[in-house]
Write a protein of this length. Structure first.
Length: 434
């Protein structure tokens, strides 16, 4: 679908003046004119969905902790010193010098063909045969979630999510007016039997999952559970939205194939990808791979949202993939992140109260911890921030009853030395309550 201009000439509306009826009496009183002394009328209210869905607690915490000197374990920010600044800059220079008219022009809604071809090649190489036409380029994978909500969900529809769940997905589904239910699970992720029971009882439209190095917990859904989830979707009729922004950031262990690659799930799984964690989040490039009818519906939703993802960013990313070794870059980044994960794991025992538990993620950006029963990580956050360190409380990540003693720690943004100091500060702030 090519959009050649910023306004669709096919859709035009014209306001028509409302005329008084022809039999109105000539001596009817004139409508009152607003007076300078009259009180202003109240404006119409915001939409119910805007009033009912709050902002991101992570963004709120980042705003509070932006001052210098704060060691911030709250954000999900890649380490900026590891960006391939020269490689990315060279790619932008190339497209602006060699094809400026194309780079600065409108593009197709589905995305630049050269970028989709290269993304399809990368996806196929990772075990999921993919053509360029299977993909829709989005302005970050977050937009892909919003497009899917527009294309799939009516107000009141049921959505199933993990427990806990990626916070911005909960926002998207809330804004769509969906009824969001959590699938019971354990340290390995959602329980397929519990999923099947919920699907039969609640008739949901979709299951949303981040099965590899999940945000917020860092856990990975084992291969046998992925196969079981795929079978549930095939047996009961269910869309699976498989979000994979962290999957390439593996430090140890063997790669687990996508749910989308399972034969039972190929016609009912949407796979989301992103350059944000492996190249740079500022270029805002993501994509979705979906069956044709749903992909077309998402393209129509994208036309209404932003027409298309910025052309220059797409062409620069395609050039980067053509001349740089992204896999080698990701390997270098993952090696640094592994050191930082290990530094956090090494210091948690001293920092957290006795009786705390935490996981050891094999990759990604996050570690999940739970303090003893008497702790409330939301209530504790102000005194922690007073020590110039921050985390994200676990409660906002829950669709149902929150675990108030949980917290998320991001370990990739700080050096091992900064992590050690941040954990010392965290330990001091919790010391009075031990």
């Amino acid at each position: 679908m090519f959009l050649g201009c910023g306004h669709d000439a096919r859709i035009r509306t014209h306001a028509r003046a409302r005329l008084p009826p022809s039999d109105a009496p000539s001596d009817a009183p004139a409508a009152a004119s607003p007076s300078a002394d009259a009180p202003a009328s109240a404006l119409p209210p915001l939409a119910a969905r805007a009033r009912s869905v709050g902002g991101s607690p992570v963004r709120d915490i980042l705003a509070v902790t932006a001052r210098p000197g704060v060691i911030n374990f709250a954000g999900g920010l890649p380490a900026p010193e590891l960006f391939d600044r020269e490689g990315v800059a060279a790619a932008f220079r190339h497209v602006l010098e060699e094809a400026p008219a194309r780079a600065l022009q409108y593009s197709t809604t589905e995305g630049e063909p050269v970028l989709r071809e290269r993304l399809a090649t990368r996806t196929t190489a990772r075990g999921l045969p993919t053509n360029a036409d299977d993909l829709l380029v989005t302005t970050g994978s977050q937009q892909a979630l919003s497009l899917l909500a527009t294309a799939l969900l009516d107000p009141g529809d049921t959505v199933l999510v993990e427990e806990p769940c990626y916070l911005a997905a909960l926002q998207v589904f809330g804004l769509a007016g969906a009824r969001v239910l959590a699938v019971p699970g354990d340290a390995d992720g959602p329980d397929p039997e519990a999923l099947a029971d919920l699907v039969v009882r609640e008739r949901p439209k979709l299951l949303y999952t981040v099965p590899t190095f999940q945000n917020p917990t860092g856990r990975t859904l084992p291969a046998e559970r992925r196969a079981a989830v795929a079978r549930v979707a095939a047996r009961h009729g269910l869309w699976i939205v498989e979000d994979d922004p962290y999957g390439e950031l593996r430090y140890e262990g063997e790669r687990v194939p996508w749910i989308a690659a399972h034969p039972d799930a190929r016609d009912r799984t949407v796979l989301l990808g992103s350059f944000s964690k492996v190249m740079a989040p500022g270029i805002r490039l993501g994509w979705l791979r979906a069956p044709a009818p749903l992909r077309r519906a998402c393209a129509i939703a994208k036309q209404a949202a932003d027409l298309h993802t910025p052309t220059v960013n797409q062409l620069a990313a395609a050039r980067y993939l053509a001349v740089q070794d992204l896999d080698a870059h990701v390997t270098r980044v993952a090696a640094v992140y592994r050191e930082r994960r290990d530094a956090m794991l090494a210091g948690l025992g001293e920092a957290l109260p006795d009786g705390s538990v935490w996981n050891r993620p094999e990759g990604g950006m996050f570690l999940w911890a739970r303090l003893p029963e008497q702790y409330d990580t939301t209530a504790l956050l102000p005194q922690v921030v007073a020590q110039d360190v921050a985390y994200v409380p676990g409660a906002p990540f829950y669709a149902g009853e929150p675990d108030r003693r949980a917290l998320r720690l991001c370990f990739v943004t700080q050096t091992p030395q900064e992590i050690a100091e941040g954990l010392r500060r965290l330990g001091r702030s919790l010391g009075d309550l031990r």
